[in-house]
Design a protein around this ligand. Structure first.
Ligand code: FE
Ligand code: FE
Ligand code: FE
Length: 165
């Protein structure tokens, strides 16, 4: 009985993450558009491509599980994207908006890292090694994106905004 309940939880949480990824896929191009730094723009555009692959990877997982991907809206991602849109709507100098965009993007990446990390563990618990491996591939991409954003903030975005201010 608990094995079945755990598998249902896995599907429910995968649907939440599928909803998160599809929302991110819509929001990231707008963030790329809003970014002034060419490196930041490039980082967002690269992650759009990766996110497309992550959506396909989740669809592959749903196929393995014989479940439909839709049906659970991720309210947390909705909120995080609302916050990003709020920042983009404010009257910040371009250099400062870049700092804010990195912060907003890293909040999303951290939510994804938490989601994929615990999903991978749950898939392993359920004895689904193939699903766990696919989730781990995405987890590594999210971690790399987060690290890339930290490096951009430290190396370029924040110092430039500090000097310009
Ligand atoms: Fe993602
Ligand atoms: Fe969620
Ligand atoms: Fe991501």
């Amino acid at each position: 009985m608990s094995e079945q309940a755990l598998k249902e939880l896995l599907v429910e949480e995968l649907r939440d993450t599928y909803s998160a990824e599809t929302q991110i896929l819509e929001a990231l191009p707008k963030m790329a558009e809003a970014a002034a730094s060419p490196q930041l723009k490039q980082a967002f555009q690269t992650h759009v491509k990766e996110t497309e692959g992550q959506v396909r990877r989740l669809e592959q997982i749903f196929k393995i599980l014989g479940a439909a991907p839709e049906g659970n809206t991720c309210e947390a991602t909705q909120g995080l994207i609302e916050e990003a849109e709020e920042l983009m709507g404010e009257d910040h100098p371009a250099e400062v908006l870049d700092v804010a965009l990195v912060m907003a993007a890293q909040k999303v990446e951290h939510y994804e890292i938490a989601s994929y990390g615990s999903l991978r563990t749950l898939a392993e618990t359920c004895g689904m090694g193939d699903v766990a491996r696919l989730l781990d591939e995405t987890l590594e991409e999210e971690k790399a994106t987060d690290a890339r954003l930290t490096a951009l903030a430290e190396g370029e975005i924040n110092p430039r905004a500090f000097k310009a201010a």
